[in-house]
Design a protein. Sequence first.
Length: 299
Amino acid sequence: MIRQNRPSYTPTVQELRALLYSADLGTASAAAEALSLTQGAVSRSIRTLEERLGVRLFHRERQRLVLSDAGRALVRDARDILDRIESSARMVMAFGGGEDVLRLAVLPTFATSWLIPRLAGFSRRHPGIGIDLAEALAPVDFDDSPFDAALQRVEMARPGTRVLPICPENLIVVASPALIGNTTLPPAELLNWPLIQQSTRPELWSDWLAAAGVEPFGQLRGPRFQHFGMVIAAARAGMGVALLPDIFAAEALAEGTLRQPCPQVLTGGSSYALIRPAQAQAQRSLDLFSEWLQELAEP
């Protein structure tokens, strides 16, 4: 709630711009020329800001404006504030006129391997809804983010959210034919190869091996990568044997750049889902997106 009786010390955008340009260029006249203002307007903006804050922002040395300690402190934040305002304005402009924009946080490999190849179907059905995707490896706090929803694993949902499961995560073993040839490997023999690991989910190999009846000895050896997209690239490059959700490995398996040396599949461990705030206001674009996802969801 805004307190109406409290005086505001917040600078205006014009005052911040006058401050920054004067600091960078050294004179009010140079700042005025760069801002397409009069020298008097720039000087008034700085004077008004100094009077409101009760500090000197500049000292005059040899006909040049030099920032005071207070001025330097304010300039650091002012530059960041104006950059963020400009970035937000450019982002809004990029949406185009009249579009309803759906802002989604997505696990990066799920986006590239599963969602994006299907998104054209949604856009054809609902051409008036724009899509703004951003990757998110951590659970999304909708109270402190610009996102309308997230496409992540079910267990990443925070309290106070609604979860719509889309497809299960079935983990399979894959490797480059250049590394392992066309042989079939019993699960226990995988321990003789470098096992590519995902650093954000270090338990995956242990879970898969336990389900296959293999007790890993010592520490699993192999390179570690942050997300599945990196794991896929490393497996294709022959850096080791990888454990991937089948929906992420499908393209490489079809191309022949990866093959599945073990038939065992670990199922039921997780699902990918649409996660949205439970108490959010009704949003038609998100409801339509949810309906579209339900049509694609595996039974």
